[in-house]
Ligand binder design. Sequence first.
Ligand code: AMP
Ligand code: MN
Ligand code: MN
Ligand code: MN
Length: 286
Amino acid sequence: MTPKNILNADLHCHSVVSDGTMTPEALAERAKTNGVELWALTDHDEISGQHRAAAAAKAQGLHYLTGTEISVTFAGETVHIVGLGFDPDDAAMKQGLYDTRGGREQRAMEMSDGLAKVGIKGAYEGALKFVGNPELISRTHFARFLVESGVCKETSEVFRKYLTEGKPGYVPHRWASLRDAVQWITSAKGLAVIAHPGRYKFTPNEEYALFTEFKLHGGQGVEVVTGSHTTQEYVKYAETAKEFGLAASRGSDFHSPDESHTDLGTLPYLPGDLTPVWALLEDRIQ
Ligand code: AMP
Ligand code: MN
Ligand code: MN
Ligand code: MN
């Protein structure tokens, strides 16, 4: 494959291995149907779907990069770091992600206790019905249970009313450090990317610190065109990419046909003056 800027690359989405509703195989098929040329499955804190995804991509005739999205705590906020093109059998990375997943069960039980206090009973058991990977119970699974049980109409309403800071089902959590997450990825010969920077509630100083420290630890990329950004944010983070000398990534963050507003492969192309992450990962494209 010749890496070029105008490429339908979708390097961010989720399967049942984390909080998506589709299997890696069904996602590969959907990506192909939607015209994706280069694909990566980026499950939260988990790479056990990578061999399946790579095989499914091959069966569909799609180019593939390994992927994950690591939960990180930075300046008291949760930040997501996408890893691309790493060795999916790297032992240190597997252990780091296993440790990162470790607190989810306890957190889920505390979330359930918080929801019980406002009259929503059985949320832990309810959320579990939606979980595809017992090591990866997430807020999304609680959101699906609250929609199913009629408490809210859609998952975004659940997050707004119950699952974000200050709300009854929110439990603060300490994830991996920025330094560790970037190191796991780079030591496994991958490229680290700041996911959807427009989503974080940082002051300009905090955001500057995030990009500066990320670079210092060896991070090389930032998502510019993502399902989480507005058109203005494409422009803003294209500038940030150039300011910090970072390569740019593109990904829908697709989770589910019923919930996601951006489908696989449907975003605008990256701006032409940016270096795409896939140009730095040429030898790792399968
Ligand atoms: P967790 O890793 O358990 O904290 O869950 C985070 C996931 O929740 C994200 O990856 C999204 O899939 C989902 N999420 C976060 N905020 C929202 C929101 N406002 N609306 C819908 N889904 C959300
Ligand atoms: Mn998610
Ligand atoms: Mn994310
Ligand atoms: Mn994501």
